[in-house]
Design a protein around this ligand. Structure first.
Ligand code: ATP
Length: 424
C-alpha cells in the first residue's frame, strides 16, 4: 500500500504516519476510508483524508491535533472532527458507526458500530473500503463488497437492493461518480436507481440535502454531461417539473464555461467564483422569475446567492441593451456593473454576443472594477464646501475623470476638486 502513499503530498503522508502512531498509543484502530482511499487506489488527486476510528474519533483527533500542532474543529453533535492543515489540506475524523433508515428517504438513525457496519452503511462498493493504519507493515485493504474489483472494472454498484430508496441522494451520487471516472452504473444498480426515481423518492428527501448534492454535481468538471444524464433518467424533477433541458441549455452551459475559464485565466487574483451558482442560474433559464424564486426558497439557497441570481434576470433586460450601444461613457459602464457580482456579470456576458458589450465588460474587469477615490468629504470640507448634494456632484465628476484616466492619484484628484470648487 505504501506505493499509493507516495502520490500523496508530503504533509498528508506525515499525517498518516502520525495517525498510525496515535492509533498504537491510544489502542484505537484507525482506518483510511471512503473517497480518499478510492482516489488513492485510482491515483487521483484528493486533498482530503477521511479517517475513521474504532473507539472515539473525537479523542483520537485531539491526540493527533496535538501531535501535529494543527487547528482542530470538533463537531460534538456528530462525533466527528476536522483537522485543518495548510495548503487547503483537510483531515476528517469520525467514529465507526452503523445507520438505520426508519423509512425511505428519511435521515438515518445513527449509533456506534464496528468497521464492518460502518462500511455497510456506505453508498457504493468503490467507497466502502478501508485501509488499516495499524503500525505493522501489512496495511491491507479491507474490502468486504468487492470495491477493488469494481474500481478495476469501472463499475458503480450499490451494496444492497434498498440503497437508493433508503437514501435517494445516492441517485445523484451514482451519476456523479460514473461521469467523473467514466464508470458504468452496473445493470442491477441502474435498475434499482430507475425504480427509486419512478417511485418518486427524490421528491421525498429534504430539499436541502438535494441542494447539497446538486451543488456537487454543478461543481464537477463537465456539469452539463451530468445534467443531461440526470435529465435522461428523469431525475431532475425534484428541482421543477417544468424544467426544460435542451440544445439552448447546452449552448448556455458551454458559453458560461468559456466565460468562467476566461475570468480565471485573466484575473487569478480576484475572489474565487461560485461557478456552481452560475450553472444553477443557467439551469433554470427556461423558468419564469416567480417559479425560480419558489425553487430557490425550497432548496434553501442563501440570500446572497438568490440576489446574485435575480440580478442576472433583471440585468439582462436593463443592462445588456444599454451596454450594447456604441460609445458608452466609462462612468455609465462603471455605475451599471460595479454593483453586480462577478457571477452575475459572467452570466450576462455568456448570454450576449454583442461586441460592444463584450468590450465594455473587458474594460470593466481590466480597468474600472474596484476603482475608488482617494479624496473624501474631509478634503471638500477643507475647501469650505458644506456637506450636502454638492459633495455627490463633485465626487461624481472626479470619479468620471478617474475612470477616463484624467486623474490617477490623490494629488491630481485634489487639484481637480480645487478647480471644481473655485471654478477655475
Ligand atoms: P468526493 O470525491 O466527491 O468528495 P467522496 O466519496 O469523498 O467523494 P463524500 O461526500 O466526501 O464523498 O463522502 C465520503 C464518504 O462517505 C463516501 O466515500 C462514502 O463512503 C460515504 N458517503 C457519503 N455520502 C453518502 C451517502 N449518501 N450514503 C452512503 N454513504 C455516503
Amino acid at each position: 500500500m505504501d506505493k499509493y502513499f507516495k502520490k500523496l503530498p508530503q504533509e498528508l503522508r506525515e499525517i498518516i504516519r502520525q495517525a498510525c502512531w496515535v492509533s498504537q498509543k491510544t489502542r484505537m484502530p484507525a482506518y483510511l476510508v471512503g473517497g480518499c482511499l478510492r482516489d488513492l487506489i485510482l491515483g487521483v488527486k484528493n486533498l482530503d483524508l477521511d479517517i475513521t476510528i474504532e473507539g472515539s474519533g473525537i479523542i483520537f483527533s485531539r491526540h493527533l491535533a496535538q501531535k501535529i500542532r494543527s487547528k482542530l474543529i470538533i463537531h460534538e453533535r456528530f462525533g466527528t472532527a476536522t483537522l485543518i492543515l495548510s495548503n487547503n489540506l483537510k483531515v476528517d475524523i469520525a467514529t465507526t458507526r452503523q445507520e438505520r433508515y426508519p423509512h425511505f428517504a428519511a435521515l438515518p438513525e445513527v449509533k456506534p458500530g464496528s468497521l464492518k457496519e460502518d462500511l455497510k452503511r456506505r453508498d457504493f462498493t468503490i467507497n466502502a473500503m478501508a485501509l488499516s493504519l495499524a503500525a505493522d507493515k501489512s496495511k491491507k485493504i479491507i474490502d468486504p463488497f468487492g470495491g477493488q474489483n469494481d474500481l478495476v472494472s469501472g463499475r458503480i454498484r450499490v451494496l444492497h437492493d434498498l440503497s437508493f430508496k433508503d437514501d435517494p441522494t445516492r441517485i445523484l451520487r451514482a451519476v456523479r461518480f460514473s461521469q467523473r471516472f467514466g464508470f458504468k452504473i452496473e445493470p442491477k444498480t441502474l435498475l434499482l436507481l430507475k425504480e427509486a426515481i419512478a417511485d418518486g423518492l427524490l421528491n421525498k428527501v429534504n430539499p436541502h440535502r438535494m441542494r447539497d448534492e446538486l451543488i456537487l454535481i454543478l461543481k464537477e468538471q463537465h456539469p452539463f454531461r451530468l445534467i443531461k444524464a440526470l435529465n435522461h433518467l428523469g431525475a431532475l424533477s425534484f428541482i421543477s417539473a417544468q424544467l426544460k433541458i435542451d440544445r439552448a441549455t447546452r449552448g448556455l452551459f458551454l458559453s458560461v464555461a468559456k466565460e468562467i475559464a476566461w475570468f480565471i485565466k485573466n484575473f487569478p487574483a480576484r475572489r474565487q467564483l461560485d461557478s456552481w451558482l452560475i450553472y444553477f442560474t443557467v439551469l433554470l433559464e427556461s423558468l419564469t422569475l416567480p417559479q425560480i424564486k419558489i425553487i430557490v426558497n425550497r432548496l434553501g439557497l442563501r440570500k446572497g446567492e438568490e440576489k446574485r441570481m435575480i440580478s442576472y434576470y433583471q440585468g439582462r433586460r436593463k443592462i445588456i441593451p444599454v451596454l450594447s450601444k456604441k460609445q458608452v461613457a466609462p462612468e455609465k459602464i462603471f455605475s451599471l456593473l460595479e454593483p453586480l457580482s462577478y457571477e452575475t456579470i459572467i452570466l450576462l456576458s455568456a448570454t450576449s454576443q454583442n461586441k460592444n458589450f463584450k468590450k465594455y465588460l473587458k474594460d470593466f474587469f481590466e480597468i474600472y472594477n474596484g476603482m475608488r477615490l482617494c479624496i473624501s468629504g474631509h478634503d471638500l470640507g477643507g475647501l469650505g464646501v458644506l456637506p450636502g448634494p454638492e459633495y455627490q456632484k463633485i465626487f461624481a465628476k472626479v470619479l468620471a475623470a478617474k475612470l477616463n484616466g484624467q486623474v490617477r492619484n490623490r494629488q491630481t484628484e485634489l487639484a481637480l476638486i480645487k478647480r471644481l470648487v473655485y471654478k477655475t
